[in-house]
Design a binder for this molecule. Structure first.
Ligand SMILES: *[C@@H]1O[C@H](CO)[C@@H](O)[C@H](O)[C@H]1NC(C)=O
Ligand SMILES: *[C@@H]1O[C@H](CO)[C@@H](O)[C@H](O)[C@H]1NC(C)=O
Length: 360
């Protein structure tokens, strides 16, 4: 079974905020078992009896997916079997609108269909129903953010200050950690890239780095991945270029969690600043391009690590304690919303400044 996703309870003032701005020592705790207990202490007491359209304590929570993300229909997850979250009824059947406690709107599809595509009734928007704005692209790739002010009750994104925080992955402390075995490394640096854009900082950096170091490029413009996919291919490499397509707060994607960590390659990251990464992962688990004044000096350091096994192995010390969870789209997201609805209680909330918040 996959570990239960951990999240910040929605709209609990004073509770999760104290984690803000703290560094790794605490971030690790947030993801660990001890903090999970603290988190439970923060959850609201069951509220008074609720009106129709609300989550009943212990009753079913109906979650409606208004658009299937990217227009691709899918089978809905069984939240209890996959995540030990009970009482969820997930659906993409719009005839269920009236009974849904939460309706999810995927931003990419919303941008495609426009605000006219939102439910307009009849029936009217049930007063207790939560509209959840769901987005996992960065602000640079999220067109049409303006004009969405005051429409939604909650946000769900990779940003830690979302109402429903769903990162692309996280570290957790298993009760009995499995011993970590470093896969055999026969190659040096890999990079997988499908969306090649000369304007992107990552392509500019790559062009300079490759002057000093051989880099194997996979994807649309490069080599083909092995049968087993990206994880199998990258696991033969010592380093992986986890370069994000744009640089934004908390925007740390599967490029780190799956392509590098799950493949047991040391991530060389280009994204938000080092301090932002350190909110989520140990400082000695990755190399940041900003750690070096130039791509040439980064290349020198990678070549040094290539020849110095004990130094290279230090990048795996954290694996004694933590394991890597890679979030699965979209099952985990939907189940987390269900859980958040149940925990939320009766508070009313509207997201007033969606664009300015998300772009900050
Ligand atoms: C499932 O959740 C229940 C209630 O939250 C908990 O008591 C139980 O230990 C969990 N089971 C597993 C396998 O995590
Ligand atoms: C959701 O937002 C709408 C629009 O601002 C508002 O009328 C409604 O009261 C909110 N509902 C909840 C449960 O927060």
């Amino acid at each position: 079974m996959e570990p239960a996703p951990r999240r910040r309870p929605a709209g609990q003032p004073g509770c999760p905020r104290r984690w803000r701005g703290r560094r790794w020592a605490l971030a690790a705790g947030v993801l660990g078992a001890a903090a999970a207990l603290a988190l439970y202490a923060c959850l609201p007491e069951p509220g008074p009896p609720r009106a129709a359209g609300e989550a009943q304590a212990g009753g079913e929570v109906n979650v409606l997916l208004w658009w299937e993300p990217f227009g691709r229909p899918r089978r809905m997850a069984d939240c209890r079997r996959r995540y030990n979250i009970t009482g969820c009824r997930l659906s993409a059947d719009r005839s269920r609108y009236g009974e849904a406690q939460a309706v999810l709107f995927h931003h990419r599809d919303l941008a495609l269909h426009g605000a006219e595509g939102l439910p307009r009734g009849p029936p009217p928007r049930p007063p207790r129903q939560l509209w959840v704005w769901m987005n996992f692209e960065s602000p640079s790739h999220s067109p049409g953010l303006r004009g969405l002010a005051g429409l939604f009750n909650w946000t769900m994104s990779y940003r830690r200050d979302s109402d429903v925080f769903v990162p692309y992955g996280y570290l957790y402390t298993p009760p009995a950690p499995r011993p970590f075995v470093l896969p055999r490394k026969t190659r040096l640096v890999a990079w997988v890239i499908s969306n090649w854009n000369e304007e992107h900082a990552r392509v500019r950096y790559y062009r300079q780095l490759k002057e000093h170091l051989a880099i194997d490029v996979y994807g649309a413009r490069g080599l083909a991945l092995a049968e087993g996919g990206v994880v199998e291919t990258v696991s033969a490499y010592k380093f992986y270029l986890a370069f994000e397509n744009s640089q934004h707060t908390d925007y740390i994607t599967e490029k780190l969690w799956r392509n590098a960590f799950a493949a047991s390659a040391v991530p060389v990251v280009l994204g938000p600043r080092r301090a932002n990464y350190e909110r989520f992962i140990p400082p000695d688990s990755f190399i940041h391009v900003d750690d070096f004044p130039s791509p040439r000096l980064l290349a020198t350091y990678l070549k040094f690590l290539d020849k110095n096994k004990p130094n290279y192995r230090k990048y795996f010390a954290w694996r004694k304690k933590y394991e890597v969870h890679v979030t699965s789209f979209w099952d985990e997201h939907l189940c987390k919303v269900c859980k958040a609805v149940r925990a939320a209680g009766n508070q009313i909330k509207t997201v007033r400044n969606l664009a300015s918040w998300f772009e900050s």
